[in-house]
Design a binder for this molecule. Structure first.
Ligand code: IMP
Ligand code: MG
Length: 192
């Protein structure tokens, strides 16, 4: 597997440090929602499959009474490295139709065109949450495109296709502990 990597973009220690920092920012913002010391009803909505590792690390820095509701969306099926449009895997969607009173944090691995997160945010906003924030591990620099803003982004990265720490190419490399850039010949075997 190592021979497929061009470079490590963000190593595991930097990821761990920054995830901790962002969790502190989320905690600070949520604590401001608590007007009179009552317990908040917090719902995290991770978008599968890419945010799996990120959310597992993030929640261990959030000492709150929270619930997790999964949503499965794919926009880069198989070997695609460009967004192929947004598809909700409805059978895995586990979101109550009424989110009133709940403070929702929508989490994805990466903001690229922003279509995936915008589609999920629209779906959640229709369910009337008390608050709705968005959090991504990575935000790709895409100069010139108009896209949604997120409330929390751990890292801004160049416009390269990357894998690891939950992100995949054709389903592989999610288990790589660092965020890495793949060699071009992984996408086009024999042509680099
Ligand atoms: P968007 O809808 O264009 O913002 O794409 C976001 C989704 O595409 C993310 O949830 C990822 O699953 C996937 N994606 C975007 N860029 C990459 C990448 O560089 N590597 C792996 N997956 C990516
Ligand atoms: Mg994804």
């Amino acid at each position: 597997m190592q021979q497929d990597f061009q470079q490590v973009l963000i190593d595991r220690q930097r990821i761990a440090d920054r995830v901790h920092e962002v969790a502190q920012a989320i905690l600070a913002d949520l604590s401001r929602e608590t007007a009179d010391g009552q317990t908040l009803d917090i719902t995290l909505v991770p978008i599968l499959t890419g945010s799996l590792i990120f959310v597992a690390d993030l929640i261990r820095h959030l000492p709150l009474r929270l619930r997790i509701r999964l949503v499965s969306i794919s926009s880069y099926p198989g070997c695609a490295t460009q967004s192929q449009g947004v598809t909700f895997q409805q059978q895995l969607t586990d979101i109550p139709s009424d989110l009133s009173g709940q403070h929702v944090l929508l989490i994805d691995d990466i903001l690229d065109s922003g279509r995936t997160l915008a589609a999920a945010r629209t779906l959640l906003a229709q369910r009337n949450p008390a608050s709705l924030r968005t959090c991504v591990l990575l935000r790709k620099q895409r100069p010139g495109i108009q896209r949604m803003e997120v409330d929390y982004a751990c890292f801004d990265i160049p416009d390269h296709f990357i894998v690891g720490y939950g992100l995949d190419y054709n389903g592989y490399y999610r288990n790589v502990p660092d965020i890495v850039q793949l060699k071009p010949d992984v996408f086009a075997p024999g042509q680099s």
